[in-house]
Design a protein. Sequence first.
Length: 203
Amino acid sequence: MRQAVADRDAVAHSRFQRSRRKAWKISYEPRIEAMRLLSPRFIQAPAALLVFLCLLAFSAGPAAAKVLGSHRLQLNRGMAGVRLGDSINRMHRLLGEPKGIDYVKNEITGSLRIDIYGRLSFTSYGGSILSMRTARRSIRTPTGIGVGTTKRRLEREFPGLSCYWHRCTIIAGGGLQTIGKRVTTFQIRRGKVRVISIGRVID
């Protein structure tokens, strides 16, 4: 009788241990893997940061997904979660209040407003975003294109890239830079991207 009770207790304990291991695997393994990617051994390319943010978004939910969006570069569309044509209010909801605001004169539109977030800035007119530029290395495309990328890699990744002197451009839909078209410009220095800007042609 005692042996039967002992055997039953052993089976129950074994099942309990298996359920604990399964729960740990579901709850914590994604985060452990994310932390592993942050170790010096694995951080050797910008792609590691993107993988880490994806894993964090999966395990932590909407808050981490917002962080992921703040490091995203979408050619001819936007960066840091802000898109061309967005309102200033939406930009402030995403990024908070800017560190500084400047106004410049333009022959076509008159006065333009520039919201400055350190190495990231947004130019607007009439309350809508016209263009943006960044020198932040953390803002990248899903494939890792961003500040620090070599000109040679740009040419490999984007067959439609047009380069002249120290600038390379990608025009949405191809063709010429006519009024209203969206354009991404990479400023090159010493063979690498130093500044990225996205905007609409206004003149």
